[in-house]
Design a protein around this ligand. Structure first.
Ligand code: HAM
Length: 365
């Protein structure tokens, strides 16, 4: 968990504002969500047998004996808030949120236990046009931040729950035939969540994974048509992408479209933004069947790409006001307030606390 220090906050403010402006331009409204939720919310939505729920949540009993968890992501809380506050009765909602998320992962460059996301979630729209809109939003954000050349888009379709169940059986057949070649983790995954084997980074398994049947070939008709139209829309909008049939994502709620924006500049933790469709989730959480789709951007990773600490984000004062001599400090106070009234946006730093003023001038140069 990191402190974000004053030398770095200008970069964070810059990127948060740039992303906010783009979301605003597409008509997305901000929703502010609690960082604590009932643990069962994440178990039911992200899935019992995902790495996040099995190994990574910060979970504790509160004074009432209720099991609570620090949120590991924002989609589940957003759906809960939508349901509890009747937002999902409206046919259409476009929402966004920002804030810290918590996962007890092994920390490394680009992977932290408290990290920050800006996420967007769109509800009530079943067609691929909204999937395309969300991808276009992210592409516009990269353009606004000057990062387009360093990011590539990967997309895939996970189909409906039903077509995924059929695929799951094929996958179990394939990996069961080579069970002796699997590592301990993958054997466990084979029993509870075989799709996640496709995500394994173990080099010894890559050949077996490459030979596995692909989901995209087992898609139901409707998901295949949805995916084809999305591809056409991206091509029409001039967005380059790659279809990655191995892209399965680590959360169980996805259906149909999934996507990730990836960079080679950050080493192993190169996924800067990820998202997809989750058409069954609202109903699964007790609502009416309302389709949903969204993404979340990992802000630490974007900040790292913007070269944190870079001076171009610094905000030095326009004026440093020093009063010297008897009685001058009252005049200086008046003058400073006058200037602030007259020149909105002026950054005026007043020399306070008395003492010798040479030092502040030197350090500000
Ligand atoms: P996710 O892939 O788990 O998806 O996280 C989204 C992004 O958050 C990642 O691509 C990465 O940039 C950042 N991230 C995740 N874990 C860490 C970490 N430990 N340290 C630093 N950055 C991290 C979700 O969270 C979904 N809720 C996205 C979504 C929204 N899908 C639909 N709507």
């Amino acid at each position: 968990m990191n402190d974000i220090l004053p030398a770095d906050t200008p970069c964070w403010q810059y990127l948060e504002q740039a992303i906010h402006r783009v979301l605003d331009a597409y008509g997305y409204q901000e929703i502010r969500l609690p960082v604590l939720e009932y643990t069962s919310l994440f178990e039911r939505s992200i899935g019992d047998h995902t790495d996040i729920v099995e190994k990574e949540m910060y979970t504790f009993l509160d004074r009432n004996g209720d099991s609570l968890s620090l949120r590991p992501e924002g989609t589940a809380g957003c759906v809960r808030a939508g349901l509890e506050n009747g937002l999902l009765y409206n046919p259409i909602q476009r929402l966004w949120y920002i804030g810290p998320m918590f996962r007890h992962e092994r920390p490394q460059k680009g992977r932290y236990r408290q990290f920050h996301q800006i996420g967007a979630e769109a509800f009530g729209m079943a067609g691929p046009d909204i999937d395309a809109e969300l991808i276009l939003i992210t592409a516009r954000i990269w353009r606004a931040l000057g990062l387009t050349d360093h990011l590539r888009l990967e997309i895939n379709s996970l189909g409906t729950k039903e077509s995924r169940a059929v695929y799951r059986e094929r996958l179990i057949d394939h990996f069961s035939e080579h069970k002796e070649a699997l590592d301990e983790d993958s054997r466990w995954r084979l029993a509870v969540n075989p799709l996640r084997i496709l995500d394994s980074k173990n080099p010894a398994l890559q050949e077996l994974i490459a030979a596995a049947p692909t989901l995209i070939k087992h898609l139901d008709k409707e998901s295949a048509a949805h995916f084809d139209t999305l591809r056409l829309m991206l091509e029409t909008a001039g967005i380059d992408y790659e279809v990655n049939p191995r892209l399965v994502r680590g959360l169980d709620y996805y259906t149909k479209t999934v996507f990730e924006w990836i960079t080679d500049r950050l080493g192993a933790q190169g996924t800067v933004c990820a998202g997809g469709r989750y058409d069954g989730l609202v109903e699964q959480m007790g609502g009416k069947p309302v389709p949903g789709v969204g993404f979340a951007i990992g802000l630490e990773r974007v900040a790292a790409m913007l070269e944190l600490g870079d001076n171009r984000f610094a905000k030095p004062p326009h004026i440093y006001l020093i009063a010297t001599g008897e009685g001058s400090s009252l005049q200086a106070l008046k003058l400073a307030e006058c200037l602030r009234d007259a020149l909105p946006g002026l950054r005026l730093l007043a020399h306070c606390g008395g003492g010798w003023f040479k030092k502040p001038i030197q350090t500000r140069r």
